[in-house]
Ligand binder design. Structure first.
Ligand code: SF4
Length: 278
């Protein structure tokens, strides 16, 4: 049977060959098949029950084969140490609406990252979105443009969304941190802790049906876990008081470096689609 949506996704991801999952055979047939296979090839390894899609590395789309953007040299901000308030009170934003929240974040100096940012990166998309995508922190492009997930990773994210029938402006996209960590290092625990109330307020305001955590840092922060991304993906977590379904998948920037993981990201997005359709 043809699956236009799946085919479009795989094509967008550069996957041109795959093996269709076969339904399990009834036990008695499976047993006979196993015996026959064993007799025919006694030394052969046990066949996998489900074959993973095969990535088509021979002819990926051109935007997948471009060299990664060079990391920009880090230029510290001009502010002085006096402007950093290490013991500043945690932001109280529980009652703020969208505009007030955005203004509050733009003026935030709760952690040292305010000293080196070009601007805060608040978030983008539909404030009534069913799907909330949460990444790690702004990179160089995001810091410059004030929008999350731009550049090559952003284009790949757009293609992934399109493959499940969503445009970028139909979802909401935010980050764990609103300011760029120098050199794109991982956020420090204290930075994430200071910034968390902002994201929590955004989640409250959006009240999404599904949350998609992209990348290890996002998943570990949201789930308060130290597990690897490989252990966190592949199941439905629950987030917050509303038990919002939360799916973990790979960051598009990682997928650009590791295209062999794209098939797994497709599985994750299929799970997102299934939850959105409930
Ligand atoms: S990262 Fe978050 S807590 Fe730190 S200065 Fe930026 S907005 Fe404030």
């Amino acid at each position: 049977m043809e699956h236009p949506l799946r085919n479009a996704y795989l094509e967008a991801m550069g996957i041109t060959q795959w093996v269709v999952r076969q339904p399990p055979a009834p036990p008695e047939i499976a047993e006979r098949q196993a015996v026959a296979a064993s007799a025919a090839q006694p030394q052969a390894p046990e066949p996998a029950a489900v074959a993973e899609p095969v990535t088509g590395h021979d002819a990926p789309p051109s935007w997948l084969t471009e060299a990664p953007l060079p990391e920009e040299q880090w230029h510290p901000g001009e502010t002085t140490a006096d402007e950093f308030e290490p013991h500043a009170p945690r932001p109280v934003v529980a009652d703020l609406g969208w505009d007030a929240l955005q203004q509050h974040i733009a003026a935030c100096r709760s952690c040292e990252l305010h000293r080196s940012r070009k601007q805060t990166v608040f978030g983008t998309g539909s404030q009534q979105a069913d799907l909330l995508i949460i990444g790690e922190a702004p990179g160089a492009d995001e810091d410059r443009q004030g929008e999350p997930f731009v550049g090559r990773a952003g284009k790949l994210l757009n293609a992934m969304l399109k493959a499940i029938g969503l445009e970028r402006n139909q979802v909401y996209i935010a980050n764990i941190l609103k300011c760029r960590p120098p050199g794109n290092r991982d956020p420090h625990v204290e930075e994430a802790s200071h910034c968390r109330p902002y994201l929590m307020r955004q989640i409250e305001l959006i009240n999404p049906k599904v949350i998609l955590a992209v990348g290890r840092v996002s998943a570990q922060n949201l789930l308060k876990s130290t597990d690897t991304l490989g252990r966190l993906r592949g199941r439905t977590h629950r987030f917050g008081a509303d038990n919002t379904p939360l799916i973990v998948t790979y960051h598009p920037a990682y997928l650009l470096r590791s295209p062999e993981q794209k098939a797994k990201s497709w599985q994750d997005l299929q799970q997102v689609l299934s939850l959105l359709q409930k």
